[in-house]
Structure formats: structure tokens, C-alpha cells
Design a protein. Structure first.
Length: 250
């Protein structure tokens, strides 16, 4: 690997690390979309811990990018453990493609800097999957969000909704689309607002909604009761090809 390639990898990672949990969520969503059969490998997995482990592992690799030989024993041990979990060599290409797609999504966002800052500030997130999204109260024990006006397309799937939270929300992520690649990022802070599927009208509805909260709110920016101020629709620009075996250690 050339020094220029090492710099590019470090620069890409610098955009991912501040929004680690969001990036890991996008990665696993994309991984399962590319190969739904991989879900069974995580059927008994605490995905919050798995996301942390993924990002910590990738962070170690990036930090060691100029001396990869120093982490070979650890990578080999990790590979043996994953073989015991049922991971096959054929899965490496899919993992690599999911990683590339995740980077594409993050790097092509026109407000990537804003989202990274919000990711750094928001310490918690509550996710509501599409099949659980309904009018009424949702809570994770810390945050309570009331969902109302849940609108559905002709196919009967939700495509829009209003929400009210009991604390300021730093960022709302609405993921949708037939292939799951449509994402709306709505940047706060706010305690109420409206959400809408980025793929509205295609009959696919909302895959999930994530409310990111417990952020330090800037003094000059009070919570906005009228709703979130920035809504951005993002689709990744998918590239062909995949990472080599070194990208399979997640």
C-alpha cells in the first residue's frame, strides 16, 4: 500500500469515526440488504455491542495502516473466531461492498460536516423499526416520543409522520426505499417535527426511524418547537468492486 493510499484511508475514516454508531448502523443495514442470509449469523447478537466492536476494530486497522504487520496475529485470531461463527470466504466480498457503500453514503452527503458534529454530540439513540412504527407513545426508558398523523401510501406502509419528544433531539434519521438506500437526515435541535420517507410514493415505506439525543445543545441554538431545520435526502453512489480480505475483519 502506497503512502498516498494510506492518507486516503485515514481521511475517509476521519469522516466516519465521529458518527460511528450511525455509520455502523448503515453498514449492517446495507450488509443485510446485499445478503439477507447473513442475518442469521447475528440472531443472538447484541447489535449495539456489535456496532461498537466493528468501529473499534476498524479504528485499530486504520491507526495501524502504515504497519499492518503488527496486527497480523490479532487479525488471524479474529478470523478464526469468525470462522467459528459461520463466516465463509464468500462473505468477504459482500462485507467489502457494504463498507464501500457506507463510505459513499457518508462522503456524498452535502451536510456531512454538520452530521458528524451532531454524531459527536448525541450520546444516545432510539430506533423504531418500520413494522413497529405506529401512532402513539414510544420509549426506550430515557426518551419518550409521541408519534401521530402516521400517513400511509396506497400499499399501506407508513411514509410520513409527526413526532413530539420529551427532550431535544439532535438528529433524526429516516431510512426508506425499496432497496433501503434512501435516507433523510433531519438536523436539530428540536423537540417536535415531521418525518417523511425519502422514497415517498414508491410503495416501500419507512424501514426505520432513529432519534439521536442527549446532546449538548449550543447556547445560541435553542430547541425549535416548529420542527427540525435541516432535511437532507441522501442516496449513496454505489461503486463496483469490493475490499480485499483485509476488509472482512468486522
Amino acid at each position: 500500500m502506497t503512502p498516498a493510499q494510506q492518507i486516503l484511508i485515514r481521511e475517509s475514516w476521519a469522516q466516519v469515526a465521529p458518527i460511528a454508531d450511525t455509520a455502523a448502523t448503515i453498514f449492517y443495514d446495507r450488509l443485510f440488504e446485499l445478503d439477507p442470509s447473513l442475518r442469521k449469523l447475528f440472531s443472538r447478537t447484541d447489535m449495539a455491542s456489535q456496532r461498537r466492536n466493528l468501529m473499534q476494530t476498524l479504528g485499530v486497522v486504520v491507526a495501524s495502516i502504515d504497519r499492518l504487520e503488527s496486527i497480523v496475529p490479532a487479525v488471524e485470531a479474529l478470523g478464526r473466531r469468525h470462522a467459528g461463527y459461520g463466516v465463509k470466504a464468500a462473505h468477504f466480498e459482500t462485507v467489502g461492498q457494504a463498507l464501500l457503500d457506507t463510505l459513499d453514503l457518508i462522503q456524498t452527503s452535502p451536510v456531512a460536516g454538520r452530521l458528524r458534529r451532531l454524531g459527536r454530540l448525541a450520546r444516545r439513540r432510539m430506533r423504531i423499526d418500520g413494522d413497529a412504527l405506529r401512532n402513539g407513545r414510544h420509549t426506550d426508558g430515557r426518551l419518550t416520543v409521541d408519534i401521530s398523523e402516521l400517513g400511509a401510501a396506497a400499499a399501506g406502509v407508513p411514509e410520513s409522520f409527526s413526532w413530539q419528544a420529551d427532550r431535544p433531539i439532535a438528529l433524526v434519521i429516516v431510512r426508506s426505499g425499496i432497496d433501503g438506500d434512501d435516507v433523510n437526515f433531519l438536523a436539530g435541535p428540536a423537540i417536535a417535527g415531521q418525518g417523511r420517507s425519502a422514497g415517498a410514493g414508491d410503495g416501500s415505506g419507512i424501514r426505520y426511524v432513529a432519534f439521536c439525543y442527549d446532546a449538548e445543545i449550543e447556547r445560541a441554538s435553542a430547541p425549535d418547537r416548529s420542527g427540525l431545520r435541516t432535511a437532507v435526502r441522501v442516496r449513496p453512489v454505489l461503486r463496483s468492486g469490493a475490499l480485499n480480505r483485509g476488509g472482512s475483519i468486522a
